[in-house]
Design a protein around this ligand. Sequence first.
Ligand code: IMP
Ligand code: MG
Length: 189
Amino acid sequence: MTLLARPQQADDVAEILITSEQIAAKVRELGARIAVDYQGKDLVLVSILKGALPFLADLMRATQIPLALDFLEVSSYGAGTESTGAVRILKDLANPIEGRHVLVVEDILDTGHTLSYVFDHLRAQRPESVHLCVLLDKPARRVIPIGIDYRGFEIPDKFVVGYGLDYAERYRNLPFVGVLKPEVYARGS
Ligand code: IMP
Ligand code: MG
């Protein structure tokens, strides 16, 4: 069908920053490290919806030790590309984490507002440990310092989409991480 010949989402991408092959190799490496570090421990991967979903799905399968999953949903951004610093919990954990080893799995660390809030929220529940695994680190934008235990890629100060990351809830299903063409923002969502 010629009508399906042009994938419209990919047409909106100006530049691919990280290919799906690069992501897959990095995820395997991170999973192997996590499996060694958490061997024999009561590990809970706490992921932040919705952006971290593809990363979590791949990372957990690269981490071949017993583990549990739990989820938080927070709002920080609204529909635009700038953080407001106001973070709210939309969905809380389903199970207690007291005495357990928590590894937060997140798509991107930008200003640090979101993760700083999430870490305070988690530590208040007295887990044995809380560490952080992020796929993307944008250090140029950091406002609140956050230690990263497992880092996928450092990226420049550009707004990126794909592999879970959205612009106005779109582009999460792109298999790579890329930068949108400027006209996409100009036309709104
Ligand atoms: P922070 O609170 O500024 O660190 O932002 C964290 C959240 O903002 C992430 O979980 C993303 O949802 C979103 N975010 C930050 N930078 C980007 C980006 O470049 N593309 C898409 N979402 C982003
Ligand atoms: Mg996110």
